[in-house]
Design a protein around this ligand. Sequence first.
Ligand code: BES
Ligand code: MN
Ligand code: ZN
Length: 500
Amino acid sequence: MELKFEAKPIEQVESDAVIVVAFDKDSAASGLTPEVTMAANAATGGWIEEVYESGEFAGKPFDMSLLHRPTGLMAKRLLVVGGGKGAKFSGAELRNATAAAVRFLKSKGARSMALALDAGPALEDLATAAAEGAILGDYEPDQYKTGEKDTHAVETFSVAAPGAPGGMNEFLDRALIVAEAQNFARALASEPANRMTPSVLAQRAREMCFGSALQCEVMDQATMRQLGMGALLAVAQGSAEPPALIILRYHPFEETDGAPHLGLVGKGVTFDSGGISIKPSENMDKMKYDMCGGAAVLGAMQAIARLAPSIRVTALIPAVENMPGSRAQRPGDIVTTLSGKTVEVLNTDAEGRLILADALTYARQQGCTHLVDAATLTGAIVVALGHLYTGAFGNDEALLDQTLAAARAAGEKLWPMPLDEEYKDELKSPFADLPNIGTRWGGAITAAMFLKQFADPTPWVHLDIAGTAWLEEKKPYMPKGPTGVAVRTLVRLATGWEEK
Ligand code: BES
Ligand code: MN
Ligand code: ZN
């Protein structure tokens, strides 16, 4: 998709469709309607007022009404999309409203679209969010549908605002990089497990790094053995597919001794059958998404390489398939992790924390001064937060706050979760240093507490994206499937590091 900025009044915007936002009735009554929406109303002889009066449009989120051949406008169609409460409207709402509008219009055959905004202090944020929304809305996980596709990709999307300051294209360029990175993560995650093995994921990472500012290294099983990554190897041993530890390195233009070095760690379980502690067959197909954390980290690195922040970043993605083969680990096995700590594997389905333990230790050995991991780690986080918020845990208040702020700025929903030392009482093994599962309660917290043992004392944040990494039921702004959650937060964290 080509993105461009046009400093034109709405009347002069040429495209298959021009989009304006209108708020709910109360907001409209209190004069919160955007000027550009009033202009569209005036040009069309009061069409927008009329759709409100007819009852077909109330300005609620994702309400839409479409007018063909709007008088007074050069665009072929005018779409009014609801923005909800005007006073609450910000980039996050506009990102989704734009994505919904794009999905609607492309289903009607439009190939070029424009969104008209008012120039003003919020324009940079709004234009960025809208451009991201357009690219995110254009994504379809339909690569395995043969024959004629239902919709075609959008060719151009422009943001139009008369009297905008110069330099707007820079914001759109950044939006393109970030949203394409998120769609790249979604594309990786949407591959089924027969086509996305650990080796394939590693190959995709290599291809992504080719010709970029990133160095890529893929650690193989033999090296993991030499180093003593007993936990990662134990999970991998039940599968015929060999594991891979994917390592991507980004170096800033200027490096100084003692400068921060961010480590991004992503869970890359390409299929989680549960292992010998096998999962029920219902919904087991969803476990192809158990590499969404790894996909998010790869996507974030793609954007980081293009945006060139001034902080050093290393990505580590332990990639394995968790299978109940004849060589599989058994409940009760005791493994020695890279850190030297021993773990009693009481449940082979708690595999994510095992592979992350070794990856976190390795990240620390590589000199990372700050760690952030993203993982579809527990069903318990879905019980706690549902599908709206990602759970955020950490051992360092400053880094946790920084991550929450990055998420807010990037328009992703993160909720802080507790991680008091007392929770460690849940992780006691009579035979090893710690078990890989806790008791019945607070499962997302005990999983995080397990990881903490391997991250400490390095400042670390853990994002449990099990509830947010994929969408069960399609939304107006997103199809069913992978969401690419965490990409924008991770990118913002790296690019915004010096501003903190
Ligand atoms: N990959 C799952 C977590 C998961 C569950 C992700 C549902 C998305 C949706 C993870 O490896 C797992 O199986 N966790 C277990 C842990 C338990 C055995 C302590 C769980 O959450 O049930
Ligand atoms: Mn599991
Ligand atoms: Zn898993």
